[in-house]
Design a protein around this ligand. Sequence first.
Ligand SMILES: *Cc1c(COP(=O)(O)O)cnc(C)c1O
Length: 225
Amino acid sequence: MSIKSNIKLVNDSLLPSCRLIAVSKTKPNEQLMEAYEAGQRLFGENKVQELEAKYQALPKDIEWHMIGHLQTNKVKYIAPFVSLIHSVDSVKLLEEINKQGKKINRVIPCLLQVYIAKEETKFGLDEQEVLELVQLFPSHFTHVSIQGLMGMATHTDNPDQIRAEFKSLKNLFDRIALLPLPSSIVMKELSMGMSSDYTIAMEEGSTLVRIGSTIFGERNYATQP
Ligand SMILES: *Cc1c(COP(=O)(O)O)cnc(C)c1O
């Protein structure tokens, strides 16, 4: 199968409420261009250096999404162009994004990454931390715009567990949306679902699915520097 036909297949399987982010990490620019030529404009990367290099090299109407863990000292490199940072997992990181946004007079769109998996290795805020942050949102955060939540389910073959985790994230999303919120928080995006679980995620209310291997094939990390 070609990348072009994979893009079409995935798009045909999406609910109308859901948009596709093509996760192109580790893949060469030529493969991103194949997806681009098939009409794909939203791309997701998880490393700052790679994201920046691809942004420089590829057409300027691409929307770049940062989906991986972000270190505070690297925010400045993507602040000018990133369309959405999915992976805000601490107030300290949000503080830095706000600072960099202020410097360049840009309000930077962000999602709060919530820890929903029953695994030790996943980054994210827990439910209490998210509720606290949105209810006591610092008024000096003038250059970040919180647009919703992101989460990753446990890597498991058990679809019931995956569904329960996505349900809990959607439930949190809905509860926050009912709160009195400052204008810098608008609950409109729920980023959940990857190649193995995006069908379940869509059924549970995802608005952004992040799909890599189904489009570009398996990643080979061994060949990466
Ligand atoms: C790599 C990655 C994806 C895509 O994973 P696939 O299984 O290849 O679809 C989605 N979200 C995040 C945060 C990732 O790092």
